[in-house]
Ligand binder design. Structure first.
Ligand SMILES: [Zn+2]
Length: 312
């Protein structure tokens, strides 16, 4: 009997040494949430607050669409209380992992909202064109770019956290309330900007990962490539098409996205004299941005300022 006690005591000490040191804020809880893309990471931080340790798998500055998890990442996912991901084509690896029978609690942002099918707009250059009609429906993954969707995603996440950790319910609900308020204010500011703008067309001389955003605010758009396109070498035809759009509408600016080579935007600006502006899709952030602690709200606030200029 005495031996059993000492074994139990030893076990307890081992467990404590492993777990107690990492969560000074609340050793009782300390949920671990593993996320794939930056918006999931930031929303998890906002709603879980001190009660969870949130990990972002995408390294700073990394391209979200070509991300392949390491063995260490896989282990992290398997040991997490919640795997909070984007869902969709770019995360086929995650679907495979979840299908493999591992018991992983997972939530995909794509499942929190009404998903839109991927669209090839007029003038867009795509390497997908040769695909047959019978291809499986592909959903546009960039659901978070609409602030209203961000609210829906955070609401679903909050419900999930309350189910996993009922003791934290009051904290999660209060965090959700405070964060949603800011998201609603952001949404209202975008709506006002669009209402007051002289123009109602935006041009992305780049990939176009912000379809949910333009649909939300009823903006007309033209873009060079679909949201998750790998090939971003501008063709003369695409450049000419977008230059015509800028000229016809007399637009003051075109957008490029983050981590872009900005080639096409430069060509169009040179030709038309319009301005080049950044619209941050929030897929991922740079190491500097991460260190500075920027979040979805700050990035979208900058997008708001850019949109004010672009809509005149
Ligand atoms: Zn994407």
């Amino acid at each position: 009997m005495k031996k059993l006690y000492s074994v139990l005591l030893a076990l307890f000490l081992i467990l404590c040494a492993g777990g107690c040191g990492t969560q000074p804020a609340d050793p009782q809880s300390g949920l671990s949430i593993v996320t794939t893309v930056f918006p999931a990471y930031d929303f998890a931080r906002q709603i879980a607050g001190e009660r969870a340790e949130v990990t972002l798998l995408l390294p700073p500055g990394a391209e979200a669409h070509s991300f392949e998890p390491t063995a260490k990442d896989m282990a992290r996912i398997q040991n997490a209380d919640l795997f909070f991901r984007n869902g969709g084509e770019s995360e086929a690896w995650a679907e495979k992992l979840l299908d493999s029978g591992e018991s992983i609690r997972s939530l995909a942002m794509l499942d929190c909202v009404d998903a839109l099918e991927e669209e090839l707009a007029e003038g867009m250059q795509s390497s997908h064109e040769e695909h047959g009609e019978d291809d499986e429906t592909e959903y546009d993954e960039h659901v978070w770019t609409s602030p209203r969707n961000a609210v829906r995603i955070c609401e679903t996440l909050c419900g999930e956290l309350c189910a996993i950790d009922p003791e934290g319910e009051d904290v999660y609900r209060e965090n959700l309330r405070a964060y949603s308020e800011k998201l609603h204010a952001l949404d209202a500011a975008f709506r006002r900007t669009v209402d007051e703008g002289r123009f109602h067309t935006v041009i992305f001389a780049d990939r176009f990962p912000v379809r949910y955003f333009v649909e939300e605010y009823d903006l007309t758009y033209y873009a060079a490539f679909p949201g998750c396109a790998e090939d971003t070498e501008p063709s003369a035809k695409t450049v000419a098409f977008l230059i015509d759009r800028v000229r016809e509408e007399g637009l003051p600016a075109v957008f490029h996205i983050e981590f872009s080579n900005e080639k096409m935007a430069d060509m169009i600006c040179e030709d038309t004299g319009c301005e080049k502006l950044l619209f941050h899709s929030c897929h991922n952030v740079s190491a500097d941005e991460l260190r500075a602690g920027v979040g979805y709200l700050e990035l979208m606030q900058k997008n708001l300022e850019a949109l004010k200029e672009a809509l005149g």
